[in-house]
Design a protein around this ligand. Structure first.
Ligand code: TYM
Length: 330
């Protein structure tokens, strides 16, 4: 039997090239070999204030981009987090099993807390809901980018703790981080992750929905350095290293091979070739996106996906409640 894999994306903004390289592309590459489920984390989307209309557009677009990038709903269960009610219920139970000290240590929380922003309880307990997302499906593997690794580690700790305390219940999932492209950086500030929450129009971020000309322009004006040698030196040449990573990932080669390919290139030619590869890949995805975005097939995909994953979610929740003594009448 195939091993089970689950992952999600939280479309609080338009999906970026970072989401594509760190998550979407690996999902597509895994769907043959694994029993893959991919969801849209719309509960996680409301942990910070967001405009309802913008959210609706982002959710629909995320699904269309899943399909456009090559996820096949015949083999991959694609669903909306809120269509599987058991997830939120197990999320609450996970909250009850997680000391606040552990949530205080989550980097995502620490980073936001230090900005002085007013944060919701939902934001604080974001990682425990994520643990529920994963554990409820009894997943073996969780493909994610580098920034989500800490959350999967917390998930593993919670699962182990639960099993020790209440008896074998959860499978212990393992994170799967791409070898190339697990953290794509901003084109303007390569010390920062490329992030969809950056302001629209930010020159450092490439969006999957963006005009191709604008993408090309952003790559051509990506920050580099004065070394004028294309080599993979993330410490001293982070901008060049980032472009090499993007190229290697899209060409499905190693960073070393990419470095060799550009050994004699000047920065201008290097950027041009990276831009061609990125633009070709995104243009193909956009053409498919245009085909699927208007079809009524989208809601059917989500309905079928939720119907397929729900029985396992119900079974896991039932088992958890039974082990915890929450449901004496059964
Ligand atoms: P999110 O929406 O921030 O990101 C979705 C996926 O894209 C990866 N990613 C990146 N990879 C490489 N370079 C980047 N610059 C980059 N930016 C984002 C992320 O690592 C992630 O894999 N909490 C999650 C959503 C979620 C989830 C889950 C994921 C909710 N429940 C359960 C896995 C399992 C999030 O906010 O991802």
């Amino acid at each position: 039997m195939k091993k089970r894999m689950i992952s999600g994306i939280k479309p609080t903004g338009q999906l970026t090239l970072g989401n594509y390289i760190g998550a979407l592309k690996p999902f597509v590459q895994s769907q043959q070999d694994y029993d893959l489920s991919v969801f849209i984390a719309n509960l996680h989307c409301v942990t910070m204030p967001i405009d309802p209309q913008e959210l609706e557009t982002n959710l629909k677009d995320a699904l269309a981009f899943y399909l456009a990038a090559g996820l096949n709903p015949e083999t991959t269960d694609i669903f909306l987090q809120t269509d599987v009610h058991e997830i939120a219920q197990l999320g609450f139970i996970m909250n009850c099993l997680t000391p606040m000290g552990e949530l205080n240590r989550m980097t995502q929380y620490k980073d936001k807390k230090d900005t002085g922003m007013s944060l919701s309880g939902g934001f604080y307990t974001y990682p425990t809901l994520m643990a529920s997302d994963i554990l409820i499906h009894q997943a073996d593997f969780v493909p994610v980018g580098e920034d989500q690794k800490q959350h999967v580690e917390l998930t593993r700790d919670l699962a182990e703790r639960f099993n020790n305390r209440f008896g074998e219940t959860f499978k212990i999932p393992e994170p799967v981080i791409p070898k190339v492209g697990s953290k794509i950086m901003s084109l303007q500030d390569p010390s920062k992750k490329m992030s969809k929450s950056d302001k629209e129009g930010d020159k450092g971020v490439i969006y999957l929905k963006e005009d191709i000309k604008s993408i090309r322009k952003k790559i051509m004006s990506a920050v580099t350095d004065s070394e004028n040698k294309v080599q993979y030196q993330p410490e001293t040449q982070p901008g060049v290293a980032n472009l090499l990573t993007i190229y290697a990932s899209l060409k499905e080669i190693t960073v070393k091979q990419a470095e060799e390919h550009f050994a004699q290139s000047r920065y201008g030619d290097f950027k041009k070739e990276v831009a061609n590869v990125v633009c070709d890949e995104i243009e193909k995805i956009q053409n498919k996106y245009d085909e699927v975005i208007e079809s009524d097939f989208l809601s059917k995909v989500l309905e079928d996906g939720a119907n397929k994953v729900r029985p396992q979610a119900q079974e896991t929740l039932r088992l958890v409640q039974e082990k915890m003594g929450m449901d004496w009448k059964r």
